[in-house]
Each structure stands twice: as structure tokens, then as C-alpha cells.
Design a protein around this ligand. Structure first.
Ligand code: AHG
Ligand code: MN
Ligand code: MN
Length: 333
């Protein structure tokens, strides 16, 4: 089989399929290069002294790990000078990050969760990076929050990397979902899965069961039915997996199906969920939909949500279409 590198794939998208402009190709190349650098840091672990707490907190009041900070720095530095961006926003920074005046500017906005699954860093379990690309609206200051507050349907590209036994980059530019595995010796991403499709049915679910007592009734009903197994209303046994790194849970769903849920709950009534709309829910929803799956808040399609704040949180149900439709129906019924 002919080996197709990410660069070759992107060139084909631009010149053969006319699916992407050259500045979006450059953007993806630069993000992929940053992801390689993050992967190297993650892989060195204790040898490079990158494990443990940074001793700081982010805008969301979460304690930062050293790798949260390192990954954020790598993405900022890599994307500042290429001329493809108007501004950036990160889960780890309070407001939008301007491109320094000395560098050329482009028309895209890049958003990222530099290190997803932070609680897994020190225990050597898969973590990853999630990103989303928007166009900067004309006449809007790219460094204003307003520029970024666009619904997920406006994303022109979304992707994530999982730093697991191998480093895999998953990418969509609105025409299917493809996965690239990092060839560590060569230092390049190689296309290893083309046009990924998620099975519509599944018997595997992912949820943090420790929150059960805080869930709302539609979630109680849905999970209750799954747990009842063969003798319950679903008439079949379901299996459970929860990595606690969304990147790893979503990659599993892209591989063999499943449903991932992080519902809103009554533990902290002020919070509309755990996951962040702009850095986690939207890019993952675009990828999942592009692979034939479903992605909702329980009440509506995630990609249709009009964001009101950069660090907004939201409930997330995504994965195999028939299960996402079912649990969404329980909320609406
Ligand atoms: P982050 O490390 O970027 O803060 O995100 C972690 C997220 C997500 O990856 C995962 O699904 C979820 O938080 C895990 O939450 P629990 O610790 O509640 O299981
Ligand atoms: Mn995250
Ligand atoms: Mn994070």
C-alpha cells in the first residue's frame, strides 16, 4: 500500500479536490507540528521533569499541570508567526491571544484544549490535544471574545490527537474524518484510517458513574435501562468504559462505536456541565457527526448552540447515532 503522509494528504485536498485553501493547509501542518512537539514532551514523562502540578490555576479555577502549561506554550509559539491566524483562544487562558504585531495575520481563529485528560498525566494514561478552527468574521476585532462566539456549525476544521501507545491525529475539514499515526522514526504523520464511520448501534457506554446521584431524571432512566441488561427493557447487556480523557473515549468510539456522556448535574447547579463548548464539545461534535454519529446536549444538537461565553460549559452526549437519539429523546419526552 502507498504510504500517504499528512502533508501529501493535505496537498491532495488542496490541489486535487479543491477542498481546502492553502492557508488552511498551512494551519493544519503547523498544528500537527505542535502536536508532535507535545507528544515528545508527554512521552518523555519523568525523564524530562514534566509531570506534576505547575503550581498555578487557570481561568476556570482548575489546578494546572506542568504539561497543561507546556502544551499551551507550544501551540501558541508554533502558531504565532505563520501568517495563517487572526487570533487564538485556549482553555488555559482567560481571553483571546493576539498575534504579536511583528508577525503577519491571517483570517482564521484557532481554539484549543492544549492537554485533555490532565488527571491522567501523572498515572501514565492516554491524554491528548483538541483543536477547532473558525473564520474571523469581517469587521470584528479578532482579539475580542465576540469573534470566537460562533456556533459549531461555523467550524471549518476540527481535530484531536491522542498520546497513547501510539500518537494518533484525527482530522476533519468538513468532508469526512481521517486518522494519521505518528511515525516516530520519520517524524511524520501517516494516513492510517480513511473516512472513519461510527457504527449506528452499540452496547458500550462511557459515563462517570460516581456522579449518578446528581443526574437529572432522563439520564437516570437511560443509564438505569442500560445497567438492567438482558432482563431489563433493552433486553441486552451493555459494557462500560471510562478513560476520563475525552480524547481516548472519543477515539474508542471512532474505532468500535459507543456512547459518551457528560451530562449536566445538580452537583454544581451553576455549571451547565463539565466539558467546555468551544474547546471540547464543538470540535468533538463536528468530528463525530462527520463520522456519521450524533452529538447533542440532551436537548439540542451541540453544533447549533449559540455560544455566550468563551469558557462556557455544556452537557455532552455523543457517539453511535441510535443511542444518542434515544437518550436525547428521553430528555425531550
Ligand atoms: P481537561 O483535562 O482538559 O480539564 O479535561 C478533562 C475532561 C475530559 O477529558 C474527561 O472526559 C473529563 O474531564 C473527566 O472528568 P471526570 O474527572 O469527572 O471523570
Ligand atoms: Mn479537556
Ligand atoms: Mn485541558
Amino acid at each position: 500500500m502507498r504510504s500517504v503522509s499528512l502533508s501529501r494528504f493535505l496537498i491532495d485536498e488542496q490541489w486535487q479536490k479543491h477542498a481546502i485553501p492553502s492557508d488552511l493547509r498551512l494551519l493544519v501542518e503547523v498544528v500537527a507540528r505542535a502536536i508532535k512537539a507535545i507528544s515528545i514532551n508527554v512521552g518523555k514523562g519523568a525523564l524530562a521533569g514534566v509531570l506534576g502540578d505547575a503550581g498555578s490555576g487557570n481561568v476556570q479555577g482548575e489546578a494546572q499541570k506542568k504539561l497543561d502549561v507546556i502544551a499551551n506554550e507550544i501551540l501558541l509559539e508554533a502558531n504565532e508567526w505563520g501568517g495563517h491566524l487572526a487570533a487564538m483562544a485556549s482553555e488555559e487562558m482567560e481571553g483571546p491571544h493576539a498575534i504579536p504585531h511583528r508577525f503577519p495575520k491571517g483570517e482564521y481563529l484557532l481554539l484549543f484544549d492544549p492537554l485533555d485528560g490532565s488527571s491522567n498525566i501523572d498515572v501514565n494514561v492516554s491524554v491528548g490535544t483538541i483543536f477547532s478552527v473558525l473564520r474571523c468574521p469581517e469587521g470584528v476585532d479578532p482579539t475580542s471574545e465576540q469573534a470566537f462566539l460562533q456556533p459549531g456549525t461555523a467550524q471549518v476544521c476540527a481535530g484531536f490527537a491522542v498520546f497513547g501507545p501510539s500518537t494518533v491525529l484525527v482530522l476533519t475539514m468538513g468532508q469526512g474524518v481521517h486518522a494519521f499515526t505518528l511515525d516516530r522514526e520519520v517524524g511524520s504523520f501517516v494516513l492510517t484510517r480513511e473516512d472513519i464511520r461510527i457504527p449506528e448501534d452499540t452496547k458500550e457506554f462511557a459515563i462517570n458513574m460516581s456522579n449518578q446521584r446528581h443526574w437529572e431524571s432522563p439520564v437516570q432512566r437511560y443509564i438505569g435501562e442500560l445497567l438492567a441488561g438482558k432482563s431489563g427493557p433493552r433486553g441486552t447487556d451493555f459494557n462500560m468504559r471510562w478513560v476520563a480523557s475525552m480524547v481516548a473515549d472519543v477515539y474508542r468510539i471512532l474505532t468500535r462505536g459507543g456512547i459518551f456522556m457528560y451530562p449536566r448535574d445538580t452537583k454544581e447547579p451553576g455549571k451547565a456541565g463539565r466539558l467546555r463548548l468551544m474547546y471540547e464539545a464543538n470540535p468533538m461534535a463536528m468530528i463525530i457527526e462527520q463520522a456519521g454519529g450524533g452529538a447533542t446536549t440532551g436537548r439540542e444538537r451541540i453544533l447549533d448552540v449559540q455560544p455566550t461565553a468563551l469558557h462556557q460549559r455544556i452537557a455532552v452526549y455523543l457517539g453511535s447515532k441510535n443511542e444518542v437519539d434515544r437518550v436525547t429523546g428521553y430528555h425531550q419526552g
